[in-house]
Design a protein around this ligand. Structure first.
Ligand code: AP5
Length: 222
């Protein structure tokens, strides 16, 4: 196609709604969702060597060592679907060294969305989060309960979603957030994530639409 693919980065504290918004963004803009958390969880359930190394860190709410995460991210970003359709990068970079790895590889987003949600709300969202192991869909016991009792009965919680682990994940996030916002200062947009899902998405949607129109104009201008 004539159009250059859009490249979007989404960042925000644990449970700020990144995965939830990514699902809506993918539906509307057709980007490839690349979530390092999802990639790592897939390695853990597959019982791979990488998964074996990552498991303990993840279950304890600690960052997985940079070289492991950067390696799987690099291999995912080099695949055909990403190059054709553009990417939506979720959960990476998480610190200065990861941001520098991307800069060194000349991988830059057209726009970086940063979801902003107060601490007490984040904790409530994390603790109530459940996943459907059959479809991979994310629910919340209070905000997005499943439609059917059958789904409700099979929901599982993530081992890192206990209150104390959420608090330590949040601290790690706060320690590193400035490195991220400085690196992407020129393309950064803060989003108020403390609203219902669809209201948050409307803010994101209009920002991405502007960005996508810009790329289209740039490409057709030559
Ligand atoms: P990762 O999977 O990236 O976890 P996270 O950043 O902690 O983010 P979450 O998945 O917890 O939250 P989210 O923002 O996607 O929220 P969601 O939409 O689900 O990483 C997990 C682990 O992997 C890390 O701890 C680390 O060990 C490792 N890892 C990953 N990347 C790494 C990296 N780059 N380097 C090193 N290690 C790495 O929403 C949360 C809940 O709230 C849901 O129940 C949802 O239904 C609900 N909700 C969402 N939006 C709303 C709304 N607007 N109103 C009400 N409820 C809402």
């Amino acid at each position: 196609s004539l159009k250059e693919p859009l490249k979007v980065m989404i960042s925000g504290a644990p449970s700020s709604g990144k995965g939830t918004q990514c699902e809506l963004i993918v539906k509307k803009f057709g980007l490839v969702h690349v979530s390092t958390g999802d990639l790592l969880r897939a390695e853990v359930s597959a019982g791979s060597e990488i998964g074996g190394k990552a498991k303990e860190y993840m279950e304890n709410g600690l960052l997985v060592p940079d070289e492991i995460v950067t390696k799987i991210l690099k291999s995912r970003l080099s695949q055909q679907d990403v190059r054709e359709n553009g990417w939506l990068l979720d959960g990476y970079p998480r610190n200065l060294s990861q941001a520098q790895s991307l800069e060194n590889m000349k991988i830059r987003p057209d726009i970086c969305l940063m979801l902003d949600v107060p601490d007490d709300i984040l904790i409530e969202r994390c603790i109530g989060r459940r996943m459907d192991p059959v479809t991979g869909k994310i629910y919340h016991l209070k905000y997005f309960p499943p439609e059917m009792a059958e789904i409700y009965d099979r929901l599982i919680a993530r081992p890192d979603d206990t209150e104390d682990k959420v608090k330590s994940r949040l601290e790690t996030y706060k320690k590193n957030v400035e490195a991220i916002s400085k690196t992407y200062m020129d393309v950064l947009h803060k989003i108020d994530g403390n609203h219902p899902r669809d209201m948050v998405f409307r803010q994101i949607e209009s920002l991405l639409q502007v960005q996508s129109d810009k790329l289209e104009t740039r490409t057709s201008d030559g």
